[in-house]
Structure formats: structure tokens, C-alpha cells
Design a protein around this ligand. Structure first.
Ligand SMILES: [Zn+2]
Ligand SMILES: [Zn+2]
Length: 319
């Protein structure tokens, strides 16, 4: 499908002002001179948040909202966040804030879990998405992971978090509106279109199989940012097939292993379609090793020192 509105393939290493595929959002790709694979490995000592007592370890006795296996020794356990940002009994900050403990073992990262254990984490994601979306007054459920101190992880123990919100976050709403606008102009899904465009270009593809495409997005705001996009047009993580989840676990495990090995803090988060919309699910990974300065805060235009083309090579172990 021709995409005349999408920019042409990049060349060389000159700085480039790039626009997001379908949002009015800009980034300046400004390759650092002498960029090397280890340029970002600055946090060896700090990747694991140093030792306070951990309440997520195997002896966690808090009431499980979900656990797997259902009885006996758990591998995945979901509990209410000890310090919830929102709670169902607070009308001033209504919602739910939960924690998904991905393993009982304090020292194992998601990337070190077995494939089956990773899928069990996804099963917990799905269970909570469905359960929380059904609660009266909840309008959006966000699941994300903080890995490493620069990504907001206050405990080192591998976990994800969920916020069930009484509103649709403006960022999500804006993206949804932009996707609708794109469809009304082009008659197609922007995410389906950008996937085929990126696959044709090839230079930013990190991983692909029959279910999944993983790219370093053209106008990545985060150095080494990556999007995991199911090939099938599906809006909700909960509706992905077993094969699609297999592919996501495989790819996410590889990406996380690469980032962990370089001691990079990162977040990932699910971008689900709004309940009444027919958009396209994306899982976004955003490493957090750069700090925004005044340019970013003042203009919203991010300066990214790592070209996505370089990031793709890095994830594939080619640089
Ligand atoms: Zn622990
Ligand atoms: Zn689509």
C-alpha cells in the first residue's frame, strides 16, 4: 500500500527532524558522535535498586487478587499496591492500583524467566485487564513495567503495575483521535500501514515472525525505544491468540535481556484500543537512560541521540 504521507527512508547520520507516524509530535534524531554500544551502559551498579527489605519475595502473604498456580506455591501473584495512587474506597482518587509480582525469586528478571513463566505473567495481565475493566466507574486500565531505578522502579524485585482509572487519559484519547482521523483520510489502520511501511524499509526492524513485528519506531522519542506490533489487526491485549502471546514473550524476553545486559533502565506499557474503538494493540518499550532538558520540557520536542536504525542493529547484536 503506497504511503505518500510517510517520510522517505533516512540516509547517513546527519541530524533529522522527524514526525511521528500519525501524531503531531516531533523528535530530533541527533546521533552522538562516537556513539558506541557501550555509550549507554552507565548504570551497572545502579540497575538493581539497592537493598531495602523486599515485600514481594516468596513469603509475601498479602491477599492475592490473582495467582498462578491457583493454590500452593505461587509463581505469579497480583496484590493491591501497598501505597496505592488510587483506590476504590477513595472518591477523591477513585480507581485501583495493583502490583503483579512476576516471580517469587528476588533476583530473577523477566528476561530470565522461562517462556512458560513469561506467558504466566501475560495471563495475569489479561486476567486483571478483564476484571478491572468490568468495575463500575473504571474507564481505562493501564499496565506497565518499571525495570531499573531510572524507570521508577522503587523495588528491584521483578514486577509490573496496573492502574485502573476513572477517566480516559488525555494522551490515550489524543492518540485514539489521531488514529480515527488517519482512518477517515486513508481508509485504513495507521498501525497496519506503518507496520507494512517499516517492513518494506527494513532498516528499523528488530524482530519479526508470522505473528509479530518489532520495530525501532521512525520517530522514536526514547533511545532504543521499540514497539511490538501484532500482525493481525487486534485492539486488545486480552484478545491476542496463544500464538501471538508466544511471539510477544519471545521478542520481549530478547529485548529485555539485551537491556538488562547493558544495565539500562526501561519501561514497557500496553497500548490497548479504547473499548468503543477498533484500533491496533501495541506494546511499547522505552529505555530511560536520557534525562529531558529544557528543550524537551519547553517544546515537547525530544532530542534522541540514538538513531532508531542504530537501535535496531544494536538489538540484533550487529553493533
Ligand atoms: Zn524480593
Ligand atoms: Zn491495524
Amino acid at each position: 500500500m503506497p504511503q505518500p504521507h510517510l517520510p522517505s527512508a533516512p540516509s547517513g547520520v546527519e541530524n533529522q527532524l522527524r514526525k511521528h507516524y500519525f501524531l503531531e509530535r516531533y523528535v530530533i534524531i541527533a546521533p552522538k558522535r562516537g556513539l558506541r554500544p557501550d555509550s549507554f551502559n552507565r548504570h551497572d551498579a545502579a540497575h538493581k535498586v539497592p537493598g531495602q527489605e523486599c515485600h514481594l519475595c516468596a513469603d509475601n502473604h498479602e491477599k492475592a487478587l490473582y495467582q498462578h498456580p491457583a493454590s500452593g506455591k505461587w509463581q505469579v501473584k497480583v496484590v493491591v499496591n501497598k501505597y496505592p495512587a488510587l483506590s476504590l474506597d477513595n472518591p477523591e482518587a477513585y480507581g485501583r492500583h495493583e502490583l503483579i509480582i512476576e516471580t517469587p525469586d528476588h533476583d530473577r528478571e523477566f528476561s530470565e524467566l522461562s517462556h512458560t513463566e513469561q506467558l504466566n505473567v501475560f495471563a495475569a495481565y489479561r486476567h486483571r485487564l478483564n476484571a478491572l475493566s468490568a468495575i463500575e466507574g473504571i474507564r481505562y486500565v493501564q499496565i506497565w513495567k518499571n525495570d531499573g531505578p531510572l524507570a521508577g522502579a522503587s523495588v528491584a524485585h521483578a514486577h509490573s503495575q496496573i492502574l485502573a482509572l476513572p477517566l480516559i487519559p488525555p494522551t490515550v484519547e489524543a492518540e485514539s483521535t489521531a488514529l480515527d482521523r488517519y482512518r477517515s483520510i486513508h481508509g485504513s489502520c495507521a498501525v497496519c500501514d506503518l507496520s507494512s511501511w517499516e517492513e518494506d524499509q527494513g532498516v528499523r526492524v528488530i524482530y519479526s515472525d508470522k505473528h509479530l513485528l518489532v520495530i525501532a519506531p521512525y520517530a522514536a522519542t526514547a533511545p532504543f525505544g521499540a514497539w511490538l506490533i501484532p500482525r493481525r489487526h487486534e485492539g486488545n491485549f486480552s484478545n491476542l491468540t496463544a500464538g501471538e502471546l508466544d511471539s510477544i514473550a519471545t521478542a520481549l524476553g530478547k529485548l529485555a535481556a539485551r537491556l538488562d545486559a547493558s544495565s539500562m533502565s526501561f519501561n514497557w506499557f500496553l497500548v490497548n484500543s479504547l473499548a468503543h474503538e477498533d484500533h491496533h494493540f501495541v506494546l511499547k518499550v522505552e529505555p530511560r537512560d536520557t534525562t529531558w532538558g529544557g528543550a524537551e520540557l519547553g517544546t515537547g520536542i525530544i532530542i534522541n541521540p540514538v538513531p532508531p536504525e542504530y537501535a535496531a542493529l544494536w538489538y540484533k547484536g550487529k553493533v
